[in-house]
Design a protein around this ligand. Structure first.
Ligand SMILES: Cc1cc2nc3c(=O)[nH]c(=O)nc-3n(C[C@H](O)[C@H](O)[C@H](O)COP(=O)(O)OP(=O)(O)OC[C@H]3O[C@@H](n4cnc5c(N)ncnc54)[C@H](O)[C@@H]3O)c2cc1C
Length: 486
């Protein structure tokens, strides 16, 4: 049964929501209600979610929401995000890398690298490194695949990159030069150990914490300029729950979507969709960023092992990440249909900005993700540089690579080639940007401008996508923000 009232309602039991629910319920005097639209697990967390070598996000998965997406004007696709207790963090690649110090230059005062380092340390137990940079008692286990257990693709890539002059970097979570090295993984004994298992599951017994799955929040209730509760559809039908404080952690797509459905967002767009405007906040859903990724197909020389983490090593240059995925996606993401191995080329500092667009005929339908990838010519130039670099490295990985697309080998890629292989790293960020300018949505403490008692805590508040995967930074953010919710 849902309570009539909670001191804090957290909307969305994804990566950030799990951290918030656990940290906020540390105080036994505070009642916390976590509302998650997707499934929970009455009889234990299933194998597919625990197994770090599987990403259960294929077409058959019941733990995802599919959004229509326009990557460029001509490239239409769909984008998958987690809809399950644990959110995207329960299904993801388990690559748990921190944002780089320079990424925090875009953040408001209070979020410099030195100021966030204690929170990065607090969330982790790093089993490979100790000292001032690393945590030894946090909930998320962090480790790298040791050299003698690495997949042949990872070994070959590391060798090729080092022969090409790239610096070996053993600890990608330490500030320092770009280079090639093993990725930090939130994996323990083969189990993907994100906020669901690390933070939430251990505290589910608490009497002051209620976790309601299958519960979709349809509206934040605002009265007199203050959030006073939420409307929820779940097993009890439509219910209203009163709250002293509402924290929206519905992810970088659904958080701005929910704000808009609640009348908080760009007034013109809300009116077009027939939504009463509560507060005109033009930045909601605008100017998001995400990493464009080009998948370069090739062929293995002979069969290689499967059942390993999809990514064990990466190469970083100033504006690129090269990702030698260990297995064809079809073996890690059942039903994905990608049966050949690929090397991913990611533009890590994209300048192009996208927006989340309501369906004016049915604002409750999944909104369109309009990425506007490659709208900045420098992003295109970065990706072309990356494909050339990837071609050189694949050509040098003769022990595993049998055959490479001739266009990549010759460096003869054109626009059609590039857009045919364009995808997204699924790192959407910045759709409810933190700041104090006219288009910022939350302040530096994640409080929504103009509405009391309402915060957003998830990757939507990042000022822009970090130049690395966002997961570790999201967990750090939620850990820190929980300290402010009192
Ligand atoms: C397939 C995949 C692989 C990825 N791999 C990596 C990786 O290896 N490394 C990395 O750094 N990043 C990775 N990412 C990105 C990273 O996992 C996400 O950025 C991060 O988990 C987002 O956390 P969040 O809390 O912002 O949102 P989410 O984890 O998406 O949580 C949002 C939750 O809110 C729920 N929700 C939404 N709307 C409502 C509502 N109205 N009512 C109730 N509940 C609602 C959703 O069901 C969801 O569970 C990956 C993402 C995907 C999809």
């Amino acid at each position: 049964m849902l309570p009539e009232h909670a001191d804090v309602v957290v909307v969305g039991g994804g990566s950030c929501g799990c951290v918030l629910a656990a940290r906020l319920s540390d105080d036994p005097q505070r009642t916390v209600l976590l509302l998650e639209e997707g499934d929970g697990f009455a009889s234990g967390v299933p194998r597919e979610i625990r197994d770090a070598a599987t990403l259960p996000v294929g077409p058959e998965s019941t733990w995802t929401t599919i959004f229509p997406a326009q990557l460029t004007e001509r490239v239409a696709t769909v984008v998958t995000r987690g809809r399950v207790l644990g959110g995207c963090g329960a299904l993801n690649g388990a690559y748990f890398v921190r944002a780089r110090p320079a990424d925090f230059d875009a953040w408001p005062a209070g979020w410099s690298y030195d100021e966030v380092l204690p929170y990065f340390r607090a969330i982790e137990t790093d089993t490979d490194f100790t000292g001032d940079l690393h945590g030894d008692s946090g909930p998320v286990p962090v480790s790298r695949v040791p050299a003698d257990r690495r997949h042949p693709v990872s070994r070959s890539f590391l060798d090729a990159a080092q022969r090409a002059g790239h610096v070996p970097v053993d600890d990608l979570n330490a500030p320092g030069p770009d280079g090639v090295g093993p990725v930090p993984l939130n994996v323990r004994d083969g189990v993907r150990t994100g906020p669901l298992l690390a933070h939430l599951v251990p505290v589910l017994h608490r009497p002051n914490l209620t976790v309601a799955t299958g519960s979709r929040v349809t509206r934040i209730v605002v009265a007199g300029g203050r959030a006073v509760g939420v409307d929820v559809i779940g097993t009890e039908g439509l219910r209203r729950v009163a709250a002293d404080r509402v924290i929206v952690s519905a992810g970088a797509v659904r958080s701005p979507h929910l704000l808009m459905l609640s009348g908080i967002g760009p007034a013109d767009e809300l009116r077009r969709a027939g939504i009463d405007v509560r507060y005109d906040l033009p930045g909601v859903g605008r100017d998001f960023s995400d990493h464009p990724e080009i998948a370069i197909p090739y062929r293995y020389r002979h069969d290689l092992p499967t059942g390993v983490p999809v990514l064990e090593t990466v190469l970083h240059t100033d504006a690129l990440e090269l990702r030698p995925y260990t297995v064809p996606f079809d073996s890690a993401i059942p039903g994905s249909g990608v049966t050949v191995p690929v090397l991913g080329v990611v533009a890590t500092r994209p300048r192009s900005r996208g927006r989340i667009v309501l369906d004016p005929d049915d604002p409750y339908a999944p909104p369109l993700l309009d990425y506007r990838y490659l709208s900045d010519p420098d992003d295109r130039a970065d990706l072309c540089d990356g494909v050339r670099l990837a071609g050189d490295l694949l050509a040098a990985m003769a022990d595993v690579v049998a055959d490479l697309d001739p266009a990549v080998r010759r460096g003869g890629i054109d626009d059609a080639w590039l857009t045919a292989r364009l995808g997204t790293s699924l790192h959407l960020s910045g759709s409810c940007r933190m700041g104090d300018d006219a288009t910022a949505v939350v302040d530096a403490r994640c409080r929504v401008h103009g509405i009391d008692g309402l915060s957003v805590v998830d990757t939507s508040v990042f000022p822009q996508v970090p130049s690395r995967g966002p997961h570790a930074t999201a967990v750090m953010l939620a850990h820190r923000a929980a300290g402010w919710a009192a």
